[in-house]
Ligand binder design. Structure first.
Ligand SMILES: Cc1ncc(C[n+]2csc(CCOP(=O)(O)OP(=O)(O)O)c2C)c(N)n1
Ligand SMILES: [Mg+2]
Length: 588
């Protein structure tokens, strides 16, 4: 069809090509999704991808020191912004990322991992290319990525649609996704823009069944406590949680669901961690009349080593992909299942009066918080003083990112100010996560304050990523707990064993070497007074990164960690039960 003669097509202000080269379409789609940055380390197989990235407006490159660090940074980016992006090279790069990438699946974090790969014929033919096993099998890494929980899509000459498929599992389904791009196919023409549905299509029949299941559960257990897990954060279910609270549902939080509601929210009973919970919280959650598990995983770390007493027969499990009660299951996304629960609760009506089958409970005191020590400006810094000082100095609405170890136990036992968002890895629990994840989150949301609390053991794993302060302008407050090694492991095993010790490092010198002295302030408080002053100053300064190095004794730990260590030791000798279930308690 010829163009109308009076409309010159060559002066159209916004020409939109019907197709464009794959790399170009990929990065434009990533920019349009609002990712902001791509983290990674280059390699020869990914160079042409990265050249196309340089040409993409609205998308920056956050080069990291290792792929592991980059993958954790993308994890933090995804937690802060909903979606994270990583780009690595074939084999060596993607495998280096794997220790973090499996955590995306375990913790439901939506990261797109773009892998630059050898030319298509070589990949398919299993040629002895570099970064391969040279054994004739070009698919080892693809299988490993799938085993680590990712949706994997490989671009091929006849598979340009792999791009749309990858954008769909990443953006629409919020799944960790790997897109393998053979480097000779970066210019493969693909439809532009790739069409990605905003939400999965859910049949009305499935919606109706979910609504019916939720109604029947609410009728049977109208006052069921709603136990909140990590998916409230990842899927942004906070409004639904607020509505459930307004309708009179008591709330409790699993460790990974902490800060899904503010600590001071009147609807919050407290934290649930099996026998380590406050007795009032435990009674409410383990009540025979039932409970709702909203987007949570009953992992050993969340339940003091599976020492919880929950019958799945009385639990409405609002899981990632299904709504379950007893033997009944309806496959719907968690957003649909949560809406069904809220609607059922709304139909039932709000009100504070006790109803048959349940009781209204007063909120117990702060769960498992040790009594804070009185301020003594000249007293030496201890774990108890560190967490008491953070409670009073941390400003509202900060993102707090913690590694496994004393950091996680300390923060879980602390009272956090309004609007705090806690980011931890309860199930995957990899040390080295918090520092790069905090930097990735800070890059993703530069106007928000980010605190990372990191042990000296964890810091050794990914410390060099602090270079993102200089290279990409990330600003965080880092509290580095220097206690001579792996304190949490000391409590789990023989405290005097030498494998818990680490060689001391000069952290202030390292920080200055990695970041450069002009972009970071480093404090080394030794007394309670100095600690509080250093933290207050660090939170007040936003133009430079802030590092506070805190020294504590090797066996000094938050009381909660001693309790967790005892519980985990008991759990190792306990036989497994049916409620030691995978994901959201899928087994029954
Ligand atoms: C990648 C990885 N390796 C090993 C472990 C086992 N691990 C869990 S906590 C921990 C020690 C953490 O020490 P540190 O970061 O110094 O924290 P602390 O308890 O001393 O404050 C180790 C080695 C792990 N969780 N992840
Ligand atoms: Mg340590």
């Amino acid at each position: 069809m010829s163009a109308r003669p009076d409309v010159p097509t060559d002066v159209h202000p916004f020409p939109v090509p019907a197709s464009r080269p794959l790399a170009d379409a990929l990065w434009h789609a990533v920019a349009e999704a609002g990712a902001g940055h791509v983290h990674g380390v280059p390699g020869d197989y990914s160079l042409r991808l990265l050249e196309a990235l340089e040409e993409t407006p609205g998308l920056g490159w956050a080069g990291c020191s290792t792929e592991l660090g980059a993958a954790f940074a993308a994890d933090g980016q995804a937690r802060a912004r909903g979606l994270g992006v990583l780009c690595t090279t074939y084999g060596v790069g993607e495998l280096s990322a794997l220790g973090a990438a499996a955590g995306w699946a375990a913790e439901d974090v939506a990261v797109l991992h773009v892998v630059g790969a050898p030319a298509w014929q070589r990949l398919r033919g299993g040629a002895a290319v570099h970064h391969s096993l040279a054994d004739g099998d070009g698919e080892h890494w693809v299988r490993i990525a799938a085993e680590a929980g990712a949706a994997v899509h490989v671009v091929a000459p006849d598979r340009p649609d792999a791009l749309t498929a990858a954008l769909t599992t990443w953006r629409r389904d919020r799944r960790p996704t790997v897109l393998v791009v053979p480097h000779d196919l970066v210019d493969l023409p693909v439809p532009s823009p790739p069409t990605v549905a905003a939400e999965p299509a859910v049949a009305q029949e499935a919606r109706d069944r979910a609504a019916d299941l939720a109604r029947r559960f609410v009728a049977a257990a109208p006052r069921a406590t709603v136990v909140l897990g990590h998916l409230v954060h990842r899927r942004g279910l906070h409004d639904a949680v607020r509505e459930l609270a307004a309708l009179g549902s008591p709330l409790a939080v699993l460790p990974a669901g902490r800060t899904a509601v503010d600590d001071d929210d009147p609807a919050l009973l407290g934290s649930y961690q099996g026998p380590l919970s406050d007795p009032g919280v435990r009674d409410a959650v383990e009540s025979r009349s039932g409970r709702v598990l909203l987007g949570g995983t009953l992992s050993d770390t969340a339940t003091a080593g599976f020492a919880h007493d929950l019958s799945l027969g009385e639990t409405l499990v609002v899981g990632r992909d299904a709504l379950r009660w007893g033997d009944e299951q309806v496959r719907v996304p968690i957003e649909v299942a949560t809406a069904a629960l809220v609607a059922a609760r709304r139909t039932r009506g709000a009100g504070g009066a006790a109803e048959p089958g349940g009781t209204v409970r007063a909120r117990p005191a702060r769960a498992s918080c040790a009594a804070a020590p009185a301020i003594d400006a000249t007293a030496a810094v201890t774990q108890a003083r560190l967490w008491a000082a953070l409670e009073v100095t941390l400003p509202p609405a900060h993102r707090v990112v913690v590694d496994p170890g004393t950091a996680t136990s300390g923060v879980l036992a602390s009272h956090l100010p309004a609007g705090t968002r806690l980011e931890s890895q309860t199930t995957w629990a990899a040390i080295g996560f918090a520092l790069p994840a905090a930097l990735g989150a800070a890059l993703a949301t530069p106007d928000e304050g980010v605190l990372a609390v990191v042990g000296d053991g964890a810091a050794r794993v990914t410390f060099q990523e602090l270079g993102l302060v200089r290279s990409a302008g990330a600003r965080i407050v880092l509290v580095l707990v220097d206690n001579g090694g792996y304190t949490i492991e000391r409590l789990l095993g023989d405290p005097s064993a030498r494998h818990h010790d680490v060689v001391p490092w000069d952290w202030p010198a390292l920080v200055r070497a990695v970041v450069g002295p002009d972009l970071v302030d480093v404090a080394t408080p030794t007394t309670d007074g100095e600690l509080r002053a250093a933290l207050a100053a660090a939170f007040a300064a936003r133009d430079r990164a802030q590092v506070v190095v805190v020294r504590t004794e090797p066996l000094d730990a938050p009381p909660a960690l001693h309790a967790v260590a005892r519980a985990l030791a008991r759990s190792r000798s306990r036989p497994a039960r049916s409620t030691d279930a995978p994901r959201e308690g899928t087994a029954s």
